[in-house]
Write a protein that binds this ligand. Structure first.
Ligand code: KG4
Ligand code: ZN
Length: 328
């Protein structure tokens, strides 16, 4: 039996969790800074770092009190070391190093994107491997062919903005708050996808480009200043959801896999989920999404990813540093 403590602080959520054997959630505590950054239209790294620093010890105290787990029963400390914002990452990594040192347990360095991926596997035991993974977060968009949790090949990625970033930028154009994804989804319910926006193709088959789509929406709004913004939100959301699902299905068909896993913040989008689920009947491709609560950043996914390293003895040493632009 192994109890892994997970720590996440790569962006605007401070989160700590204890997960047993990569499967059972013993306890978790998360503090979101979404409301603090909303007036700035995005995460301000300096402010985020300061809040992580204020929150992390309090959350740890609450976690240990509520779980009744003693430091002596923790097997390892897993922490996100990238990708993400340098300052915020440093708070989590420094804290994790101090705990690992004083508790005399191994330190595990977790790639945040693999954390998102583990959030899907943690709650869904029906995924058949190999599968195709669609990673869609605020900073990443990737299509991956995955043989196992340790063996995968990146088929394509965004050449410019990430999928979540395009939601955030279009939301700002529409005068909506940050983060833009949930805001667009909210108002789109009162609109219709009346407009066809382009789905930019790229030279490499599985790459994405969201910047062109964003610019198209910008010019469209400039040309039509009195348009109903709910319709624009709905049309934009429809276009992104179709594009993501179509590309994932293309990859699934080419690589002859029946299962597609969607991970990261954008996986929370209902229209994306509906489009994906409809394909099971049409094409026999089964999409898997994490529970809504675990789509965005959390430490449960970090502890679950850490368990994979723990099993194979892949530990970091106390000189671990953050890698803000770490690749998948
Ligand atoms: O994975 P995440 O929490 O952070 C990163 O690792 O980047 O993803 C945050 C991104 C933001 O861009 C946010 O707008 C987007 O996920 N997002 C959504 C939804 N909820 C969050 N995008 C579309 N629809 C949603 N419901
Ligand atoms: Zn994330």
């Amino acid at each position: 039996m192994a109890l892994i403590l997970g720590i996440e602080s790569s962006c605007d959520e401070t989160s700590v969790a204890i997960v047993e054997n990569g499967k059972d959630i013993i306890a978790e505590k998360t503090a979101s800074q979404v409301r603090i950054h909303a007036p700035y239209g995005g995460v301000v790294p300096e402010i985020a770092s300061r809040h992580h620093l204020e929150n992390i010890s309090v959350l740890m105290q609450m976690l240990m009190d509520d779980s009744k787990v003693t430091p002596r029963s923790i097997s390892a400390v897993a922490v996100t070391y990238g990708p993400g914002l340098a300052g915020p990452l440093l708070v989590g990594v420094s804290y994790a190093k101090a705990l690992a040192y004083s508790w005399k347990v191994p330190l595990i360095a977790v790639n945040h994107m693999l954390g998102h991926l583990n959030a899907v596997f943690l709650f869904d035991e029906t995924i058949s491997l190999p599968c195709v993974v669609l990673m869609v977060s605020g900073a990443h968009t990737e299509i991956v062919y995955m043989r196992s949790l340790d063996s995968y090949k990146i088929l394509g990625k965004s050449t410019d903005d990430a999928a979540g970033e395009s939601f955030d930028k279009v939301a700002r154009m529409l005068g909506l708050a940050y983060p833009g994804g949930p805001e667009i989804e909210k108002i789109a319910k009162f609109g219709k996808p009346r407009y066809r926006f382009p789905k930019p193709r790229t030279t490499r088959k599985y790459d994405f480009s969201f910047s062109g789509l964003k610019t198209h929406v910008k010019y469209f709004l400039e040309k039509n200043p009195n348009i109903k913004k709910e319709d624009v939100a709905s049309s934009f959301q429809e276009t992104v959801a179709e594009l993501l699902v179509e590309r994932a299905v293309e990859a699934a068909e080419e690589y002859s896999v029946s299962d597609v896993v969607v991970a990261g913040g954008v996986a929370a989008n209902t229209v994306l989920r509906e489009k994906a689920y409809n394909l099971f009947e049409k094409k026999g491709i089964k999409f898997h999404f994490p529970p809504l609560k675990y789509c965005t950043d959390n430490a449960v996914m970090v502890a679950a990813a850490g368990w994979q390293n723990y099993k194979s003895g892949r530990f970091a040493d106390l000189s671990l540093n953050v890698v803000p632009n770490l690749e998948v």
